[in-house]
Design a protein around this ligand. Structure first.
Ligand code: C5P
Length: 245
């Protein structure tokens, strides 16, 4: 069989996809606030942030009080505090998640989403209302608990910008942790970074579990480039990076 590229069909597919995207965004903003409240910068206030990745190097770090001391505490995916308070703290003001890594939140924590597929937008709308029934590359929660008035969905172009400009198109797309760090640089004056760094075998293992998939490495993400950039930002005193061990 011969494959023939049809520019017209390609255009039509793109148009259909774009109108599906616009429709999904419209429905989403009928449920969540159009703009998320972010404290404005001001000369007489220093907004401090703790960005907490899920690295195993947080174990026995005793960073808990230092993390809790910051105004904003950003956690992500399956990151948890119960049972790990001394090392990771107790407060969470922002929780970044995806449909495939979602957890329930309390009423005061912001759910943050960096969408990169239309499904992400559909999911956040439905998981907070009638329930979601689509499929993805991993199992998803149909419903979650979170305050819909505090949901913050970033423009998808932010991820593209970080992938193309910051990471020079390395890897498939930026990690959740790297996106959270970029968000912190936008909303805080002082950024304190915890819980980043692969284990000695180069895997992104977590502080709460024994790694089962020894070939995990850093998934589709450019782990080495991101880590080098975190260290460089620290050297230039743009962030403060706390490495557990
Ligand atoms: O594994 P998970 O994606 O939930 O971890 C959240 C983020 O923490 C990752 O996206 C990555 O940026 C960072 N991480 C890390 N080193 C690890 C585990 C996670 O830098 N060992």
């Amino acid at each position: 069989m011969k494959c023939v590229f049809s520019p017209q069909k390609h255009l039509q597919d793109n148009r259909q996809r774009f109108s599906a995207y616009k429709e999904t965004v419209k429905k989403m903003f009928q449920m969540i606030p159009i703009s998320a409240e972010v404290e404005a910068s001001s000369p007489d206030r220093c907004r401090t942030c703790a960005v907490v990745g899920n690295s195993v190097n947080l174990k026995k770090s005793h960073f808990g009080p230092l993390i809790d001391f910051q105004d904003v505490v950003i956690r992500m995916n399956q990151g948890r505090t119960k049972g790990y308070e001394a090392d990771v703290g107790t407060r969470t003001t922002h929780h970044v998640m995806y449909p495939e890594s979602a957890v329930d939140l309390d009423n005061t924590t912001r759910l943050v989403l960096f969408p990169f597929k239309i499904l992400d937008l559909e999911w956040v709308t439905k998981a907070l209302s009638t329930g979601f029934s689509g499929r993805s590359y991993a199992p998803m929660r149909s419903k979650i608990k979170a305050n819909k008035d505090l949901v913050m969905v970033l423009n998808p172009s932010l991820m593209r910008y970080v992938h193309e400009v910051w990471l020079q198109r390395k890897g498939r797309y930026p990690s959740t942790g790297f996106m959270a760090l970029v968000l912190a640089l936008h909303i805080c004056d002082e950024v304190h970074v915890f819980g980043y760094g692969a284990d000695s075998d180069g895997n992104w293992s977590h502080y709460w579990e024994e790694l089962r998939n020894k070939k995990l490495k850093t998934g589709g993400h450019p782990g080495d480039t991101e880590y080098a950039m975190i260290k460089e930002l620290d050297q230039h005193q743009i962030i403060t990076f706390y490495r557990g061990w």
